[in-house]
Ligand binder design. Structure first.
Ligand SMILES: *Cc1c(COP(=O)(O)O)cnc(C)c1O
Length: 371
Protein backbone atom coordinates (compact mmCIF):
# COMPACT_ATOMS: atom_id res chain seq x y z
CA UNK A 1 0.00 0.00 0.00
CA UNK A 2 1.28 3.46 -0.83
CA UNK A 3 2.23 5.46 2.27
CA UNK A 4 3.47 9.00 2.88
CA UNK A 5 7.08 7.95 2.48
CA UNK A 6 6.40 6.55 -0.99
CA UNK A 7 5.41 10.05 -2.12
CA UNK A 8 8.01 12.66 -3.04
CA UNK A 9 7.44 14.58 0.23
CA UNK A 10 10.08 16.98 1.56
CA UNK A 11 12.91 15.21 3.39
CA UNK A 12 12.25 16.98 6.69
CA UNK A 13 8.67 15.62 6.77
CA UNK A 14 9.66 11.97 6.31
CA UNK A 15 8.88 9.69 9.24
CA UNK A 16 7.14 12.49 11.22
CA UNK A 17 3.66 12.38 12.81
CA UNK A 18 1.02 15.13 12.58
CA UNK A 19 -0.09 17.09 15.68
CA UNK A 20 -2.85 15.12 17.30
CA UNK A 21 -4.38 15.08 20.72
CA UNK A 22 -6.73 12.06 20.83
CA UNK A 23 -10.35 13.20 20.26
CA UNK A 24 -12.02 10.38 22.21
CA UNK A 25 -15.70 10.22 23.07
CA UNK A 26 -15.63 9.99 26.88
CA UNK A 27 -17.84 11.67 29.53
CA UNK A 28 -15.15 14.03 30.88
CA UNK A 29 -12.70 15.56 28.41
CA UNK A 30 -9.97 17.56 30.10
CA UNK A 31 -7.20 17.14 27.54
CA UNK A 32 -6.98 20.13 25.19
CA UNK A 33 -7.26 23.16 27.48
CA UNK A 34 -10.57 24.19 25.97
CA UNK A 35 -13.00 26.27 27.94
CA UNK A 36 -15.62 23.78 29.31
CA UNK A 37 -18.49 26.26 29.17
CA UNK A 38 -20.62 26.49 26.05
CA UNK A 39 -21.22 29.99 24.74
CA UNK A 40 -23.98 31.87 26.61
CA UNK A 41 -27.28 32.05 24.69
CA UNK A 42 -27.32 35.87 24.24
CA UNK A 43 -23.90 35.60 22.58
CA UNK A 44 -25.11 32.76 20.35
CA UNK A 45 -27.99 35.03 19.29
CA UNK A 46 -25.64 37.92 18.59
CA UNK A 47 -23.36 35.69 16.50
CA UNK A 48 -26.35 34.54 14.47
CA UNK A 49 -27.34 38.17 13.90
CA UNK A 50 -23.90 39.33 12.82
CA UNK A 51 -23.34 36.28 10.63
CA UNK A 52 -26.73 36.80 8.96
CA UNK A 53 -25.68 40.34 8.12
CA UNK A 54 -22.33 39.19 6.80
CA UNK A 55 -24.02 36.45 4.75
CA UNK A 56 -25.72 39.01 2.49
CA UNK A 57 -22.31 40.22 1.33
CA UNK A 58 -20.66 36.84 0.87
CA UNK A 59 -20.65 37.50 -2.88
CA UNK A 60 -17.79 39.88 -2.08
CA UNK A 61 -14.38 39.13 -0.61
CA UNK A 62 -14.12 40.02 3.10
CA UNK A 63 -12.30 43.06 4.45
CA UNK A 64 -8.74 41.96 3.65
CA UNK A 65 -7.30 44.00 6.50
CA UNK A 66 -10.00 43.10 9.05
CA UNK A 67 -10.02 46.72 10.21
CA UNK A 68 -13.09 46.61 12.46
CA UNK A 69 -11.97 43.38 14.13
CA UNK A 70 -8.39 44.54 14.68
CA UNK A 71 -9.71 47.81 16.13
CA UNK A 72 -11.86 45.90 18.64
CA UNK A 73 -9.00 43.52 19.51
CA UNK A 74 -6.78 46.56 20.13
CA UNK A 75 -9.46 47.99 22.40
CA UNK A 76 -9.66 44.70 24.34
CA UNK A 77 -5.87 44.62 24.76
CA UNK A 78 -5.78 48.27 25.87
CA UNK A 79 -8.63 47.78 28.36
CA UNK A 80 -7.15 44.63 29.91
CA UNK A 81 -3.44 45.52 29.94
CA UNK A 82 -3.57 49.26 30.61
CA UNK A 83 -1.13 49.68 27.74
CA UNK A 84 -2.55 51.53 24.78
CA UNK A 85 -2.38 49.76 21.42
CA UNK A 86 -4.22 50.62 18.22
CA UNK A 87 -5.22 49.11 14.90
CA UNK A 88 -1.67 49.48 13.54
CA UNK A 89 -0.25 47.32 16.37
CA UNK A 90 -2.62 44.39 15.91
CA UNK A 91 -2.86 41.61 13.33
CA UNK A 92 -5.33 38.70 13.26
CA UNK A 93 -5.45 35.28 11.60
CA UNK A 94 -7.16 31.87 11.76
CA UNK A 95 -5.96 30.85 15.22
CA UNK A 96 -2.67 31.89 16.77
CA UNK A 97 -1.18 28.88 14.98
CA UNK A 98 -1.65 30.79 11.74
CA UNK A 99 -0.21 33.92 13.36
CA UNK A 100 2.87 31.87 14.31
CA UNK A 101 3.06 30.40 10.83
CA UNK A 102 2.98 33.87 9.30
CA UNK A 103 5.69 35.04 11.70
CA UNK A 104 7.90 32.09 10.75
CA UNK A 105 7.23 32.61 7.04
CA UNK A 106 8.29 36.23 7.50
CA UNK A 107 11.21 35.94 9.90
CA UNK A 108 12.23 32.26 9.61
CA UNK A 109 12.31 30.04 6.53
CA UNK A 110 15.00 28.03 4.75
CA UNK A 111 18.50 28.75 6.05
CA UNK A 112 17.11 30.30 9.24
CA UNK A 113 16.42 28.86 12.69
CA UNK A 114 14.00 29.26 15.59
CA UNK A 115 14.48 28.24 19.23
CA UNK A 116 12.00 27.29 21.95
CA UNK A 117 12.65 26.17 25.53
CA UNK A 118 11.21 22.67 25.91
CA UNK A 119 9.03 21.08 27.03
CA UNK A 120 6.80 23.75 25.56
CA UNK A 121 4.10 24.11 22.92
CA UNK A 122 5.00 21.46 20.34
CA UNK A 123 3.38 23.41 17.49
CA UNK A 124 6.19 25.99 17.52
CA UNK A 125 8.62 23.30 16.36
CA UNK A 126 6.10 21.71 13.98
CA UNK A 127 5.26 25.01 12.30
CA UNK A 128 8.98 25.80 12.09
CA UNK A 129 9.48 22.55 10.21
CA UNK A 130 6.49 23.24 7.96
CA UNK A 131 7.98 26.61 6.99
CA UNK A 132 11.45 25.19 6.36
CA UNK A 133 12.83 26.86 9.50
CA UNK A 134 15.45 24.89 11.43
CA UNK A 135 14.30 24.06 14.97
CA UNK A 136 16.51 24.32 18.04
CA UNK A 137 15.27 22.73 21.25
CA UNK A 138 16.50 25.00 24.05
CA UNK A 139 16.89 23.82 27.65
CA UNK A 140 14.66 24.08 30.72
CA UNK A 141 15.45 23.21 34.33
CA UNK A 142 14.07 20.01 35.92
CA UNK A 143 11.39 22.13 37.61
CA UNK A 144 10.41 23.47 34.14
CA UNK A 145 11.63 27.01 34.79
CA UNK A 146 13.94 28.65 32.25
CA UNK A 147 17.48 29.10 33.49
CA UNK A 148 18.39 32.59 32.29
CA UNK A 149 22.09 31.95 32.00
CA UNK A 150 21.86 28.74 29.94
CA UNK A 151 19.07 30.18 27.79
CA UNK A 152 21.06 33.35 27.08
CA UNK A 153 24.05 31.21 26.28
CA UNK A 154 22.03 29.06 23.87
CA UNK A 155 20.85 32.18 22.05
CA UNK A 156 24.37 33.64 21.94
CA UNK A 157 25.92 30.48 20.52
CA UNK A 158 23.11 29.36 18.16
CA UNK A 159 22.07 32.82 16.97
CA UNK A 160 18.46 31.87 16.10
CA UNK A 161 16.34 34.18 13.93
CA UNK A 162 13.22 33.64 16.04
CA UNK A 163 12.97 33.00 19.79
CA UNK A 164 9.75 31.56 21.25
CA UNK A 165 8.82 32.13 24.88
CA UNK A 166 5.51 30.61 25.97
CA UNK A 167 4.19 32.24 29.12
CA UNK A 168 2.29 30.83 30.89
CA UNK A 169 3.97 27.76 29.42
CA UNK A 170 2.07 24.86 27.87
CA UNK A 171 2.12 21.99 28.97
CA UNK A 172 3.75 22.84 32.30
CA UNK A 173 1.56 25.81 33.34
CA UNK A 174 4.25 28.00 34.88
CA UNK A 175 4.74 31.64 33.82
CA UNK A 176 8.10 33.09 32.77
CA UNK A 177 9.16 36.12 34.83
CA UNK A 178 9.34 39.41 32.83
CA UNK A 179 13.04 39.79 33.74
CA UNK A 180 13.76 36.48 32.01
CA UNK A 181 11.90 37.53 28.85
CA UNK A 182 13.83 40.83 28.85
CA UNK A 183 17.15 39.01 29.27
CA UNK A 184 16.28 36.70 26.35
CA UNK A 185 15.27 39.70 24.25
CA UNK A 186 18.57 41.46 24.96
CA UNK A 187 20.52 38.29 24.15
CA UNK A 188 18.56 37.84 20.90
CA UNK A 189 19.30 41.42 19.86
CA UNK A 190 22.98 41.12 20.68
CA UNK A 191 23.30 37.86 18.76
CA UNK A 192 21.61 38.75 15.48
CA UNK A 193 19.20 40.73 15.94
CA UNK A 194 16.23 38.34 15.97
CA UNK A 195 12.49 38.33 16.66
CA UNK A 196 11.18 37.29 20.07
CA UNK A 197 7.65 35.84 20.04
CA UNK A 198 5.95 35.77 23.44
CA UNK A 199 3.08 33.26 23.19
CA UNK A 200 0.46 34.42 25.68
CA UNK A 201 -2.29 31.95 24.73
CA UNK A 202 -3.16 31.51 28.44
CA UNK A 203 -2.41 34.97 29.84
CA UNK A 204 -6.01 35.69 30.88
CA UNK A 205 -5.71 32.83 33.42
CA UNK A 206 -2.47 34.12 34.92
CA UNK A 207 -2.00 35.46 38.45
CA UNK A 208 0.38 37.98 36.85
CA UNK A 209 0.17 40.61 34.13
CA UNK A 210 0.54 40.44 30.36
CA UNK A 211 3.94 41.33 28.93
CA UNK A 212 2.22 43.42 26.28
CA UNK A 213 3.67 46.73 27.59
CA UNK A 214 7.14 45.40 26.71
CA UNK A 215 6.44 45.93 22.99
CA UNK A 216 6.97 49.66 23.61
CA UNK A 217 10.36 50.60 22.16
CA UNK A 218 11.08 46.95 21.25
CA UNK A 219 10.19 46.50 17.56
CA UNK A 220 11.48 42.91 17.54
CA UNK A 221 9.11 41.75 20.30
CA UNK A 222 5.77 40.17 19.36
CA UNK A 223 3.00 39.11 21.75
CA UNK A 224 0.67 36.45 20.35
CA UNK A 225 -2.82 35.79 21.70
CA UNK A 226 -5.83 33.63 20.92
CA UNK A 227 -9.60 33.53 21.41
CA UNK A 228 -9.38 29.72 21.70
CA UNK A 229 -8.88 29.55 25.47
CA UNK A 230 -10.10 32.47 27.60
CA UNK A 231 -12.83 33.47 25.13
CA UNK A 232 -14.08 29.90 25.01
CA UNK A 233 -14.02 29.98 21.23
CA UNK A 234 -11.62 27.26 20.09
CA UNK A 235 -14.03 26.40 17.28
CA UNK A 236 -13.91 29.96 15.95
CA UNK A 237 -10.22 29.88 14.94
CA UNK A 238 -9.14 33.39 15.80
CA UNK A 239 -5.66 34.34 16.93
CA UNK A 240 -3.93 37.70 16.92
CA UNK A 241 -0.70 39.48 17.71
CA UNK A 242 0.36 42.83 19.11
CA UNK A 243 3.64 44.39 18.08
CA UNK A 244 5.28 47.41 16.49
CA UNK A 245 3.35 48.49 13.34
CA UNK A 246 6.33 47.45 11.18
CA UNK A 247 5.77 43.81 12.25
CA UNK A 248 2.13 44.07 11.15
CA UNK A 249 3.29 45.45 7.79
CA UNK A 250 5.84 42.63 7.48
CA UNK A 251 3.43 39.71 8.05
CA UNK A 252 1.17 41.12 5.34
CA UNK A 253 3.90 40.12 2.87
CA UNK A 254 3.11 36.43 3.49
CA UNK A 255 -0.56 36.30 4.48
CA UNK A 256 -2.90 34.81 1.91
CA UNK A 257 -5.24 37.44 0.48
CA UNK A 258 -8.62 37.46 2.28
CA UNK A 259 -7.35 34.87 4.78
CA UNK A 260 -9.95 35.78 7.44
CA UNK A 261 -13.44 34.92 6.19
CA UNK A 262 -16.26 37.41 6.65
CA UNK A 263 -18.03 34.80 8.81
CA UNK A 264 -14.99 34.52 11.09
CA UNK A 265 -14.70 38.29 11.41
CA UNK A 266 -18.41 38.67 12.20
CA UNK A 267 -18.31 35.89 14.80
CA UNK A 268 -15.21 37.24 16.52
CA UNK A 269 -16.72 40.73 16.66
CA UNK A 270 -19.86 39.32 18.30
CA UNK A 271 -17.72 37.48 20.89
CA UNK A 272 -15.77 40.66 21.66
CA UNK A 273 -19.06 42.45 22.40
CA UNK A 274 -19.53 39.89 25.21
CA UNK A 275 -16.04 40.17 26.68
CA UNK A 276 -17.37 40.97 30.16
CA UNK A 277 -19.44 37.78 30.39
CA UNK A 278 -16.69 35.61 28.94
CA UNK A 279 -14.09 36.96 31.36
CA UNK A 280 -16.40 36.00 34.24
CA UNK A 281 -16.02 32.38 33.16
CA UNK A 282 -12.27 32.93 33.25
CA UNK A 283 -12.53 33.95 36.91
CA UNK A 284 -14.43 30.72 37.69
CA UNK A 285 -11.86 28.65 35.83
CA UNK A 286 -9.00 30.34 37.69
CA UNK A 287 -10.63 29.42 41.00
CA UNK A 288 -11.11 25.82 39.78
CA UNK A 289 -7.49 25.71 38.59
CA UNK A 290 -6.31 26.81 42.03
CA UNK A 291 -8.57 24.17 43.60
CA UNK A 292 -7.08 21.46 41.35
CA UNK A 293 -3.57 22.51 42.41
CA UNK A 294 -4.34 22.34 46.13
CA UNK A 295 -6.42 19.15 45.99
CA UNK A 296 -3.85 17.33 43.85
CA UNK A 297 -1.21 18.30 46.41
CA UNK A 298 -3.43 17.13 49.24
CA UNK A 299 -3.82 13.75 47.51
CA UNK A 300 -0.05 13.53 47.40
CA UNK A 301 0.86 14.48 43.83
CA UNK A 302 3.62 16.80 42.78
CA UNK A 303 2.16 19.79 40.94
CA UNK A 304 3.82 22.50 38.87
CA UNK A 305 2.68 26.00 39.90
CA UNK A 306 0.03 27.00 37.32
CA UNK A 307 -0.83 30.34 35.73
CA UNK A 308 -2.89 28.67 33.01
CA UNK A 309 -6.24 26.84 32.76
CA UNK A 310 -4.52 23.48 33.24
CA UNK A 311 -2.27 21.78 35.72
CA UNK A 312 0.70 19.47 35.23
CA UNK A 313 0.92 16.79 37.89
CA UNK A 314 2.97 13.68 38.69
CA UNK A 315 5.01 11.83 39.23
CA UNK A 316 4.27 8.49 37.72
CA UNK A 317 7.37 6.39 37.95
CA UNK A 318 6.03 2.87 38.37
CA UNK A 319 5.58 0.31 35.58
CA UNK A 320 4.22 1.99 32.45
CA UNK A 321 4.90 5.43 33.94
CA UNK A 322 2.64 8.29 32.95
CA UNK A 323 1.09 6.45 30.03
CA UNK A 324 -0.24 3.66 32.25
CA UNK A 325 -1.61 6.29 34.66
CA UNK A 326 -3.23 8.12 31.73
CA UNK A 327 -4.97 4.88 30.69
CA UNK A 328 -6.20 4.19 34.24
CA UNK A 329 -7.70 7.68 34.48
CA UNK A 330 -9.29 7.16 31.05
CA UNK A 331 -10.75 3.83 32.20
CA UNK A 332 -12.69 5.87 34.76
CA UNK A 333 -14.14 8.06 32.01
CA UNK A 334 -11.77 11.01 32.31
CA UNK A 335 -9.50 12.03 29.43
CA UNK A 336 -6.37 13.96 30.42
CA UNK A 337 -3.24 14.64 28.36
CA UNK A 338 -0.04 12.68 28.12
CA UNK A 339 2.38 15.09 26.48
CA UNK A 340 5.14 12.54 26.50
CA UNK A 341 6.96 14.17 29.41
CA UNK A 342 8.14 11.17 31.45
CA UNK A 343 6.44 11.06 34.84
CA UNK A 344 3.89 13.82 34.22
CA UNK A 345 0.33 14.29 32.98
CA UNK A 346 -1.67 17.45 32.28
CA UNK A 347 -5.29 18.13 33.18
CA UNK A 348 -7.34 21.08 31.92
CA UNK A 349 -9.60 22.88 34.38
CA UNK A 350 -13.21 21.93 33.61
CA UNK A 351 -16.50 22.65 35.31
CA UNK A 352 -16.60 21.94 39.07
CA UNK A 353 -18.41 18.63 38.34
CA UNK A 354 -15.82 17.57 35.75
CA UNK A 355 -12.99 18.45 38.11
CA UNK A 356 -14.64 16.43 40.89
CA UNK A 357 -14.85 13.43 38.55
CA UNK A 358 -11.18 13.88 37.71
CA UNK A 359 -10.16 14.21 41.37
CA UNK A 360 -12.12 11.04 42.24
CA UNK A 361 -10.32 9.19 39.46
CA UNK A 362 -6.84 10.23 40.57
CA UNK A 363 -7.67 9.50 44.23
CA UNK A 364 -8.45 5.92 43.12
CA UNK A 365 -5.23 5.82 41.16
CA UNK A 366 -3.23 7.01 44.14
CA UNK A 367 -4.82 4.35 46.37
CA UNK A 368 -3.86 1.67 43.86
CA UNK A 369 -0.33 3.02 43.61
CA UNK A 370 0.21 3.03 47.35
CA UNK A 371 -1.47 -0.37 47.83
C1 LIG B 1 -3.75 26.48 22.50
C2 LIG B 1 -2.50 27.22 22.21
C3 LIG B 1 -2.45 28.13 21.16
C4 LIG B 1 -3.71 28.42 20.43
O1 LIG B 1 -3.76 28.04 19.16
P1 LIG B 1 -5.00 28.51 18.30
O2 LIG B 1 -4.49 28.25 16.92
O3 LIG B 1 -5.20 29.98 18.54
O4 LIG B 1 -6.18 27.69 18.69
C5 LIG B 1 -1.30 28.85 20.96
N1 LIG B 1 -0.23 28.70 21.75
C6 LIG B 1 -0.25 27.85 22.78
C7 LIG B 1 0.93 27.75 23.68
C8 LIG B 1 -1.38 27.07 23.02
O5 LIG B 1 -1.38 26.19 24.02
Amino acid sequence: MTGIDDLPVRDELRGKSPYGAPQLDVPVRLNTNENPYRLPEPLVERIAERVREAARDLNRYPDRDAVELRTQLAKYLTDTSGHEVGLANVWAANGSNEVIQQLLQTFGGPGRTAIGFEPSYSMHGLIARGTGTGWISGPRNDDFTIDVETAVQAIASQRPDVVFVTTPNNPTGNAVPPETVLALYEAAQAAKPSMVVVDEAYIEFSHGDSLLPLIEGRPNLVVSRTMSKAFGAAGLRLGYLAAHPAVVDAVQLVRLPYHLSAVTQATALAALEHTGTLLKYVEQLKAERDRLVSELRAIGFEVVESDANFVQFGRFEGPGGSHAAWQKILDQGVLVRDNGIPGWLRVSAGTPEENDAFLDAVRELKKEQSA
